[in-house]
Design a protein around this ligand. Structure first.
Ligand SMILES: *Cc1c(COP(=O)(O)O)cnc(C)c1O
Length: 369
């Protein structure tokens, strides 16, 4: 059986008519840049999050960069973030001129270890940038307390956690801003690049919108130099259709994760994902740990099962950060886990048959070892 890591076609088939219609409307109205489809999506997204502002941008990386710039983060500043994430989280910090300061991950939940944050705070620290990784909220209330105590900005990277919740509050609404990616494979995915920033802060929202639009809110009135980072009309129209289904899709992901957990319960040598108390985990990724990860991954590939590694090299150990001179002893948890983590196929349309085949194959691989 061939099982893709993510099956975007399966999802498209379930909403084909609505999507095709939405795309045709944008073309009929040539509403490619700005226009009503973008405004409609921004409004719908803000409403669903219960926030005052949503700013559509070109992608999730820009969403972080624009947020940092709108907050005035720059040269000489430090931003604390997590050692395991996609590079967007840290490269955007560097792009402002600030320095990324990495913190190891929590051994049970894989998000930033909040107990290790305070020791990294210096007089130059401006913000903390946790990532709700794999769809699991970080320990956000405790992180917010640290931010309040030291007067730091809290920016939430929600690229993998659309509509995840901590204590019944949606992640992305705890700090000054929540940043989102709508990369096609994300829980809410466009048909190309797209992203957004949400916030309840009027002043921040104005600055972010301005920065994303060449430093201008009104055409030709450039208050500052900015960048060109737009959510385009086609993507906005597609996202508006898909937004109606996101809760249902997230439920299906959780259901799939629950079945994986059940099928893996009692299988020796596999650590299954742990879910924090009081959170809604949206399972962007289903990540297990196994001692001989590479052998298992190879075996699954031979069985037609696509898997992923998130991430093979933690951020501090990438060539890009060699200049920071980090050593593996500084990040003992992620150093150990980088060779053990394996992301299994995960998407809403995954069937029980497919999941059973994945788990049977895992068992066969372990037994063969
Ligand atoms: C995908 C992702 C991003 C970047 O999003 P793009 O839309 O690809 O720019 C940022 N942070 C995390 C954690 C991500 O997974």
């Amino acid at each position: 059986m061939k099982i893709p890591f993510v099956d975007l076609k399966a999802q498209y088939k379930t909403i084909k008519n609505e999507i095709d219609e939405a795309i045709q409307s944008v073309i009929d109205e040539t509403a490619f840049i700005k226009g009503k489809y973008v405004t409609q999506f921004e409004k719908a997204y803000a409403e669903k999050y219960g926030v005052k502002h949503c700013i559509g941008v070109a992608n999730g990386t820009d969403a972080i960069y624009i947020t940092l710039k709108a907050l005035g983060v720059g040269k000489g500043d430090e931003v604390i973030t997590v050692a395991n994430s996609w590079i967007s989280t840290s490269e955007t910090i560097s792009q402002t001129g600030a320095r990324p300061v990495f913190v190891d991950i929590d051994p049970d939940y894989y998000t930033i270890d909040h107990r290790l944050i305070e020791e990294k705070i210096t007089k130059n620290t401006k913000a903390i940038l946790p990532v709700h990784l794999f769809g699991q909220p970080a320990e956000i209330i405790k992180i917010k307390k640290i931010c309040d105590k030291y007067n730091l900005h809290l920016i939430e990277d929600c690229a993998q956690a659309h509509f995840a919740e901590y204590n019944n509050q949606k992640v992305g609404t705890f700090g000054i801003a929540g940043t989102f990616s709508f990369f096609p494979g994300k829980n809410l995915g466009a048909y190309g690049d797209a992203g957004a920033i949400i916030s309840n802060d009027d002043d921040f929202a104005v600055k972010a919108r301005m920065y994303a639009n060449h430093g201008a809110l009104i055409k030709h009135k450039h208050e500052v130099e900015g960048i060109n980072s737009r959510l385009d009309g086609l993507q906005a129209a597609i996202l508006s259709v898909k937004l109606k289904y996101i809760s249902e899709w997230n439920e299906k992901r959780l259901k799939n994760a629950t079945l994986y957990n059940k099928l893996l319960a009692g299988v020796d040598g596999i650590a299954i994902p742990q879910i924090r108390e009081n959170v809604k985990h949206v399972f962007h990724l289903y990540v297990i740990r196994v001692a001989d990860r590479d052998t298992l991954q190879k075996y699954l590939a031979e069985k037609g099962i696509s898997t992923g590694i998130h991430y093979p090299t933690p951020l501090p150990f990438l060539r890009a950060y060699k200049y920071l001179g980090h050593k593996s002893e500084e990040f003992p948890v992620v150093s150990k886990y980088q060779d053990q983590i394996l992301s299994l196929p995960m998407f809403p349309e995954l069937t029980a048959d497919q999941m059973e085949y994945v788990i049977e194959s895992i068992k066969a691989s372990l037994n063969a070892a």
